[in-house]
Design a protein around this ligand. Structure first.
Ligand SMILES: Cc1ncc(COP(=O)(O)O)c(C=O)c1O
Length: 437
């Protein structure tokens, strides 16, 4: 029996054959990204900014490199906060950039606000962090008040999203001094220096890290609420939108903030392009002065290689494909997701994930999740068993849908899940015995 694979996050099924890519002579410039970048980067950055609907953007080797750069460049005197359901890379990056991240409850802006207030109060005699202005060299925009007119989240088809057009492309401001030799520039010392960093009294400015879309609970983060909390304190929300870029939001799969109709100051987007666009490279998007600061001071950019010429060429090609066929592919995804959900709903099975192409069912224990994936595989459906970051102690089974799946593939998955899930939910002994043996 052939097996239909539902484990790939190449949601749009974009391909990048080498014959379609602009050729290159060298894969790398031989110098760190902060010192010199390939000529292709300027045009590509503008295209990436358009993709995210942000005023400016810059490429990075991976989401880990990107997050290290963001926290390293913007985190002086700040306290770093991680949504407890965030993908582990956010915490790793914060530590690599010299911070010990604090955690707040998943998708819970009230808990974040309470902990920020507690931290501010815990520094008696010092000005409360929530009322402190940003350091003088911080971009003024970080302190601007929230946008009162934000539209609410919506459950629209993937090709649509809420129509808030991206800001027009702007040139990158380059108003910051060349950092080589300053700040974190000593390669041997950078991590050690970073690890000794202390946040300012009262916690300083908050840098809040969260994922845009959480595949664990199938919900988008309350980014607008996080922004409301951190803007009062002169801070930033850094959204890892790896899952959603290319999938959610208009135009062109701009990601979760576009899906929610959120933009403006205080928001930095980081995304690997390895899912929606199929290119293992990342992007950071935000306001021009924030991006300029990251470009100049990002520690990974100072000490590491830039994305390769192959990555840049593949990204440029993927952006073209996304502009030409992305909406059709997103519509196809929406149709497949709706079909899977409605077929299973008719059989009493409700999946989590909304319209996102990661459709999941809780499976109880890890053993039960493994049993379910084995049973599905016997029916020719390869699914993913995982332990959602946002629900410790639980396990789930997910089907990752791509634009390559046919109606027959979707129907096969629905039939297999409908047949096997009840047995696992009822703790069918034979099924679990097969896993334990
Ligand atoms: C939210 C999130 N961030 C980051 C990553 C890692 O992306 P990459 O290694 O392609 O940079 C993933 C991978 O699944 C992810 O889901």
């Amino acid at each position: 029996m052939n097996v239909v694979d539902f484990t790939s996050a190449l949601y749009l099924d974009l391909r990048h054959p080498s014959r379609c890519l602009a050729p290159w002579q060298r894969l790398t410039t031989g110098v760190p990204a902060a010192l010199a970048e390939a000529p292709a980067v300027a045009a590509l950055s503008a295209g990436l900014a358009r993709l995210l609907g942000r005023p400016a953007a810059t490429p990075a080797r991976s989401s880990l490199h990107a997050l290290v750069d963001v926290v390293g460049a913007l985190g002086d005197g700040a306290t770093v906060w991680c949504d407890s359901g965030a993908y582990p890379i956010a915490g790793w990056a914060a530590r690599a950039a010299g911070h010990v991240p604090r955690r707040f409850a998943h998708h819970d802006p009230t808990d974040l606000a309470r902990q920020l207030a507690d931290l501010a109060r815990s520094a008696p005699g010092r000005p409360a962090a929530l009322n402190q202005p940003a350091a003088p060299d911080q971009p003024a925009a970080l302190n601007q008040p929230p946008d009162p007119d934000r539209p609410a989240a919506s459950n629209q088809p993937l090709a649509a999203g809420l129509a808030r057009p991206g800001a027009p492309d702007q040139p990158l401001a380059d108003d910051l001094a060349w950092p080589w030799g300053a700040g974190l520039a000593d390669p041997a010392q950078s991590l050690a220096v970073g690890l000794r960093r202390q946040p300012a009294a009262g916690g300083g400015r908050p840098l809040v890290l969260c994922d845009g879309y959480c595949p664990g609970c199938g919900r988008v983060a309350p980014i607008d609420e996080y922004l409301r909390v951190v803007r009062q304190a002169g801070g930033l929300v850094i959204v890892d939108d790896t899952q959603a870029v290319g999938v959610l939001g208009r135009p062109g799969g701009a990601g979760t903030p576009a899906w929610l109709g959120i933009s403006g100051p205080g928001l930095v987007t980081v995304a690997s392009l390895a899912k929606g666009l199929g290119v293992p490279m990342a992007v950071v998007g935000g306001d021009p002065h924030v991006i300029a600061r990251i470009r100049a001071r990002g520690p990974a950019r100072q000490h590491g290689s830039a994305p390769s010429a192959a990555d840049l060429a593949a990204t440029a090609y993927a952006l073209k494909c996304n502009a030409a066929e992305g909406d059709r592919r997103r519509e196809r995804l929406t149709t497949s997701v709706r079909r899977l959900r409605s077929t299973l709903a008719a059989r009493g099975i409700r999946l989590t994930g909304g319209l996102f192409p990661v459709q999941s069912t809780p499976a109880g224990s890890p053993a039960a999740a493994a049993a379910l994936t084995s049973a599905l595989l016997r029916r020719g459906v390869r699914a993913v068993a995982h332990r959602p970051q946002c629900r410790p102690g639980t396990a789930a089974v997910s089907l990752l849908i791509t634009a390559a799946h046919t109606t027959a593939d979707i129907d096969r998955a629905a039939t297999a899940l409908a047949a096997e899930l009840p047995a696992v939910r009822n703790g069918h002994s034979g099924l679990l015995a097969g896993v334990r043996s």
